[in-house]
Write a protein that binds this ligand. Sequence first.
Ligand code: ADP
Ligand code: MG
Length: 403
Amino acid sequence: MTPATTPGDALHEAAAASAQTIAQVTEKVEAVVRLAGGVAHDFNNLLTVIAGNAEGILERGAEGEFRAEIAEIADAARRAAVLTHQLLAFSRQLVLHPRATDLDRVLDLVWDDLARQAGPSVRLVRHTRTSGGIVVDAAQLASAIRQVVCNAIEAMPDGGDVHVAVEDADLDDTATERLHPMPPGAYVLLEVRDTGTGMDDETLRRAMEPFFTTKGQKHGTGMGLPTVYGIVKQSGGFMWLDSSPGGGTTVRLYFPRITEPALLSRSRTPARVHAGDGQGSILLVEDEDLVRQLTRRTLVRAGYHVVEAPNAHAALVEVRERGLTPTLLLTDVVMPGMDGRELATLLERELPGLSVILMSGFVDPRVPLAGREGSARVFLEKPFTLDRLRSLVREAMRAPQVN
Ligand code: ADP
Ligand code: MG
């Protein structure tokens, strides 16, 4: 095992040695990714309806004996949502909020917590050499790091060391030769190396499969590494595992390094014009009837004027033929016919100052989520709570109007 304190080539050679196994792993994993993604999408819509209606009843003050039962429904739906969230993470369809940051700062978010979790017998050591900028969703990446470090801690029941290293890695053709499909380039590397039990070939091959665990049903979910894999891939990164029985495990996550100073120093805090709650009109576009009804009911109760459309075509008719000028477009992303993004692009052109909220738990991984500079688009992740819906809508209705 290459010590994490040895910078440069040796590190990447070690990574290359395991590239063959990993390439096979990912091929198999990709097949499961497609399956999981499909199921999670439908599930999300159902959960939005179940949890949303249960909450709606609770908010309006359900009667005594029913109250407990309805609260249980809402609670179960929320727990099911956690599972769907993991499946979406794995299939790279999380709604990410990528920002320019650096790995060291991301690590700060979880470090104290992890140190506590490590306990007295595990030594958690942090090495930072240089840490260039990356564009990631810091909260999601932090939770991925937590999974990897927790695995390391769990692999050392009798204690040991976990070295967490952050360093810039400039990889040329030779360095990436055996790291297919990772192209040469400038990366930031996060390496987590433990001195634990390690994995045999079979475990290593299956480690990134959803629900694969060697810890038993009670202790493992088998969704740790699949979630990490999904988040890393969705952030444009690469993940490599290196392990042998008794020889410890090394997990390496590579993220494309950004060098543009403009990106690094960017902070977008647009001035807000304040309008009262419940003012302005909303064009709501959603093909799932139940989700649309729930959303409309919630917003109407909050005092907004809501015009609904079951698809993008109907929404365009409202604007172009009936002269509707909504303050906010609240649209589902995945719909038959024109999708929510295309609709948003068309309407943004026709209605300057339009705010846009895209609702989805399901985002096409090929489309960058960062949004255009100055864009007022916001994502509402499904399944959403009614509170979240109301607060995002309230925010969006306050966005600067350029009339
Ligand atoms: P879980 O931790 O719930 O079992 P994960 O997806 O995080 O699920 O990991 C899957 C399996 O991969 C683990 O059960 C374990 O066998 C193996 N594994 C992951 N990380 C390590 C590690 N650092 N050392 C040894 N085995 C590991
Ligand atoms: Mg785990």
